[in-house]
Design a binder for this molecule. Sequence first.
Ligand code: G6P
Length: 622
Amino acid sequence: MCGIVGYVGNANAVDFLIAGLHRLEYRGYDSAGVATITPDDSLTIAKSVGRVESLEEQMAETPAFGKIGIGHTRWATHGSPTLTNAHPHLGGDGTVAVVHNGVIENFLALRQRLQSEGFTFHSDTDTEVIAHLIAAALAKQPPVEDMAAAQYQPLVTAVETALAQLQGTYGLAILFVDHPEVMIAARRGSPLIVGVGSGEHFIASDCSPLAGRTDKIVFLHDHELAVITADSLRVIHRDQGHVRHSVEVLELQAGDVDLGPFKHYMLKEIFEQPESIANAMRGRLDFDAATARLGGLNLSPQQLHQVDRILMTACGTSWHAALVGEYQIEAMARIPVDVEYASELRYRNPPLGRHTLLFAITQSGETADTLAALREIRRKGHPALSICNVVGSSIANEADGGIYLHAGPEVGVASTKAFTSQCVVLALLALHLGRLHHLSFERGMQVIECLQELPDKVREALAADDRVVQIAEKYAGCNNFLYLGRQGNFPTALEGALKLKEISYIHAEGYPAAEMKHGPIALVDKNTPSVFLVPRGTVYDKVLANMQEIKARGGPIIAVVCQGDTEAAELADDVIEVPEVEEFLQPVVSIIPLQLLAYHIAVARGCDVDKPRNLAKSVTVE
Ligand code: G6P
């Protein structure tokens, strides 16, 4: 959601800005823009509504050159996606240019005050307020002869004065037309990373634009501000003043964020799953003790043993993974688990016992509601851990410990490989907690064996792709789908329905298969397919009975069954076979054809799979 890039160095900033904005497209946006300061010290701004591609075309027709620049992809919050609302926004009489990610909650009051002071507003955005506040504060700074020698203090003070008046969240990059050698970046709540090059610096909302440009990065933390020139980087904290920043190594290679032979990132990531699942387990299976090794939890076996309740919080697909984890942990460790939407948990006041442990589950580590829920539970004195994919992200940083997914960058807006990795990491956690309680060595070893076989089983499930293409073509014209499953496959049904909604804009409902009698069955007709998850297992016969109920009402049935299951196949109009695995891992295998089904239906309907309308990959606003 909104992406920021910035460059200062000796090359043409525009090249990095456009390439960087392309890499940030996956976050979701509806307009884009860049600002550069040209060698004659004038500000050039280009904006477009819609894709970065049209901004690029526009800039190819009217090329701009500058050794410093900022760029932005905007996901509209205040004001519709128009050229005037696209960033960058200017402050004062155009001396300051700002790009912003986040939401300023008190923007209306600030706007009214600034208007009464004579500032003119050209957009409906909250961001323009920031630009004017900085310009206003800058105008009050005493003149300084040598700005570099003064370490840009007047600019820093002006930005600090503006930031002190803001309520809300921001990642900001700021240019000063009269000082074309320096830019300032600031962060509160919205991520910003500085890339350190040789004689150049970059900024970006996440690491993807930096891959291939530098392998040295600095994570900015909340309330930090960075003063950046081609050769220098100074980080200043609101309360601590100048702080030493640590330079970390960026593992990401340019190839990791390239599409390769695939048509879409979503498809690439679906097919990466045998590998991403193996990576989630790498080094974590402990054969000697028949358990999982999870060093990052930062809790002793004694502390973990005392945990008598687990609270999991997340949004979207990660919330579905949490539901899978609920079944796994309760079955293996017999610890009660509650799963809460982060957007609800942050404002609830649930009674929590002394030994309640929170897990925040998130791919990006930046989801605003999940971060807020984590903070709220930590504030109450409970340990809060994260299960997260993005190393160094806000949630991973603020949590007391956690488990990384190691799934590699997930670019497709519809989450796929992060979901399966989350389910696997949760299974590892269930095993670890189970072995601290009553789970026997023998059962622990069985669980490990199942986990070890999982990447191959997922590979086998992916072999159904051709079959799924045929089914997708048959049903692509339908406007309603039901997804039905029970127990651990109820969350799989929810996730399958979400995938279809997200990228094909078809209405789809996930439901517990038996519960559909209490309402959704009214939707069933010959144009409403029901996708049943019916693997062998404890509730197999029950799901067969639920299939009969749909069949009796003339609804088409697509069934995901275990290999060789003729009984379930007979009830279905179309069948997709997946390998049989133990029930606690079945969601990981069963979701594969549902991801493929959503993908191929979306392609058949001509939808933009990697950039679905209105959605953002990383939701950094409440
Ligand atoms: C957005 C994305 C979803 C994702 C959800 C939670 O809505 O489009 O794919 O599941 O955010 O994101 P997180 O990064 O916290 O897992």
